[in-house]
Design a binder for this molecule. Structure first.
Ligand code: DC
Length: 211
């Protein structure tokens, strides 16, 4: 069983995906982490994330340990991730890993919950359940600001909103695998929902699909 969860940044996909994976005893893959790891690798090496040849080399040489670096969550890493994520060859290099995870989830799990931007459209178009999780720009920027402040980072709301819109535009307007809801995805707007309410709504949709 594959559950695909797509949507823009800070819409609540990650929290929801983790909780759903626990509930259904499935593996969880945060596919954004792969793009972040490529971005971080380039930044650490003092390389330009816009250099496609270097980005591709970084994607091809990713090691599992690089997927759990705390610096993956930093804003600068997110920006670099969104730049490398617009490159077709980089996406292709990361596609095999994601499909293999879906086909053979770790720890003998019977399936996976995968969150990202193109899971329901490109990576796992055959997923049993697809959710497109979204929320208004303002709500997402407020959540992201609070998340950053919670980690002790300086976050100015107006700046976070501007950066987020820039990144969403890049993710939505790129020619390869742009951020778009799959035709058969259920659109879940979490603007007025807290985490528990979003989870309950998602559960209802998935149970209907698989029930
Ligand atoms: O969800 P996130 O913020 O960790 O994602 C980081 C970047 O990676 C984001 O700009 C979009 C990109 N991404 C993507 O293009 N496709 C995915 N399946 C997941 C993330």
């Amino acid at each position: 069983m594959i559950v695909a969860i797509d949507g823009p940044s800070a819409a609540g996909k990650g929290t929801l995906a983790k909780r759903l994976a626990r509930h259904f005893d499935l593996a969880h893959l945060d596919s954004g982490g792969l793009y972040r790891a490529v971005g971080l690798k380039l930044l650490r090496a003092g390389q330009d994330p816009a250099d496609e040849a270097l980005a591709l080399a970084a994607a091809r040489s990713l090691r599992p340990a690089e997927l759990s670096d705390p610096a993956l969550r930093e804003e600068a890493t997110g920006k670099a991730a969104s730049i490398v994520a617009a490159m077709g060859p980089v996406r292709q290099a990361l596609l095999d890993f994601q499909r293999a995870f879906a086909r053979t989830p770790p720890d003998g799990k019977a399936g996976a919950v995968i969150d990202g931007r193109d899971i329901g459209t490109v990576v796992c178009p055959e997923a049993e359940a697809k959710l497109f999780v979204t929320a208004s720009d303002e709500v997402r920027a407020r959540r992201r600001s609070e998340e950053l402040q919670g980690r002790g980072e300086i976050a100015i709301y107006a700046r976070v909103l501007k950066d987020m819109r820039e990144r969403d535009a890049r993710d939505s307007q790129r020619s390869v695998a742009p951020l778009v809801a799959a035709e058969d995805a259920f659109v879940l707007d979490t603007s007025d929902l807290d985490a528990d309410e979003a989870f309950a709504a998602a559960l209802e949709v998935i149970n209907q699909k698989i029930g």
